[in-house]
Design a protein around this ligand. Structure first.
Ligand code: UD1
Length: 338
């Protein structure tokens, strides 16, 4: 498997994965519609790797555009990152989310089938577990009961992929359930740059560090956790991206199959712990205010990633200190955008 189509190649996870794919000598064909990413990311990937993605500006709902890409290139495997991911927005605009996150995958799968390309790595999320009954969460834990349309869109696609595999065992499908990716490439060239006011913790902390925002709102300090604030499994974007190389190798080896893996570190950190480590590593103060709990938030969520370790030989190696340092470095390098 040499020719990899990456959808959403300029986004946060897509761009980092492209870097490691190129460094591992894969030919990367990328598509993006820049709905939540920037064109300049393409140049930055080239600066880091010295290599180029064969890029197509294309929307995943554009069947003709997709057909053109598959006609132009002998694609071996698709990694599908292209999706909307803002939880709050998904509550306000559910139809937009189901069209963009579900219909687009259906179009992609149909086009893949037409071109006899049946290998796919799909970006899912720990959000499919809804409110976890136990932690750490392993892949056998129940999914569904998602708390927002974004999460439900991922849950639906997982089920569609399962049905697809049941209907035709020639498919090889790997679903990755990401926990909380943070950090950035150590070059400081690419990182998480959400449009508008960030909903996620680390991009918000960076806005406070850059003094664009005065303080961080901590959503609740009365959870049943170490210090009352929410606990999550933060994973360095580098570790997360590299898992996709392991996924390709797995699908190549097994020829066909349906696989699901959690990608996390297995360690939970609270919001206050993150703030303290961020301040210490970067020698910068992050003023905080305790605010009400955020609707739909859960108390504790962290992964059991043993399956990925055993079956993919993958393990997260970067520490929270690394994640905080690299996130900050990205902000410093891109001050104009913060
Ligand atoms: C959320 C989504 C998840 C998505 C993930 C990454 C839900 C239920 N889950 O996860 O589907 O995959 O983002 O995009 O919404 N926090 C603050 N102040 C802030 C921001 C966050 O205190 O300004 C706290 C939150 O309450 C939480 C922790 O920080 O305890 C992490 O929040 P966040 O980064 O938004 O990720 P999740 O809610 O875990």
């Amino acid at each position: 498997m040499k020719n990899i189509l990456v959808t959403g190649c300029c986004g946060y996870i897509g761009s980092h994965t492209c870097v490691y794919l190129l460094q591992e000598n894969y030919n990367v064909i990328g598509l993006d519609n820049f709905s939540n990413s920037k064109r300049e990311v393409l140049d930055k990937i080239t600066i880091i790797t010295g290599k180029k993605i064969k890029f197509y500006e294309c929307d995943m709902l554009d069947r003709d555009g997709l057909n053109r890409i598959f006609n132009d290139n002998k694609i071996d495997l698709v990694i599908d990152f292209a999706a909307y991911k803002a939880v709050g927005d998904s509550v306000i605009n559910p139809v937009k989310y189901y069209i963009n996150n579900v219909s687009s995958v259906l179009t992609l799968l149909d086009v893949m089938k037409d071109h006899n390309v049946k290998s796919l790595i799909f970006s899912s999320s720990a959000t499919v577990y809804g409110i976890p009954k136990v932690v750490p969460i392993n892949e056998e834990c129940e999914t569904g009961f998602t708390t927002n349309p974004y999460g439900t869109s991922k849950y639906y696609v997982e089920n569609i992929l399962n049905d697809l595999y049941k209907s035709d065992n020639n498919w090889s499908i790997c679903i990755f359930r990401y926990f909380n990716p943070i950090g950035a490439h150590p070059s400081g060239l690419i990182g998480d740059e959400p449009n508008g006011i960030p909903a996620n913790l680390m991009p918000y902390i960076l806005k406070v560090a850059s003094r664009e925002f005065e303080f961080l709102n901590i959503f609740g300090n009365d959870y049943d956790t170490v210090d009352g604030t929410g606990v999550r499994d933060y994973i360095h974007i580098i570790d997360l991206s590299k898992a996709h190389i392991c996924g390709i190798k797995k699908l190549e080896k097994e020829k066909s199959g349906f696989y699901i893996y959690n990608l996390g570190t297995g360690i939970g950190y609270s919001v206050l712990e993150i703030v303290k480590i961020f301040e210490k590593v970067n020698k910068v103060e992050i003023p905080i205010k305790i605010a009400n709990r955020r609707d739909g938030d859960i108390s504790i969520c962290y992964a059991d990633s043993t399956k990925a370790k055993n079956e993919l030989n993958w393990k997260a190696i970067y520490s929270l200190e690394d994640m905080c340092r690299d996130s900050y470095n990205f902000m410093i390098n891109n001050k104009n955008n913060f």
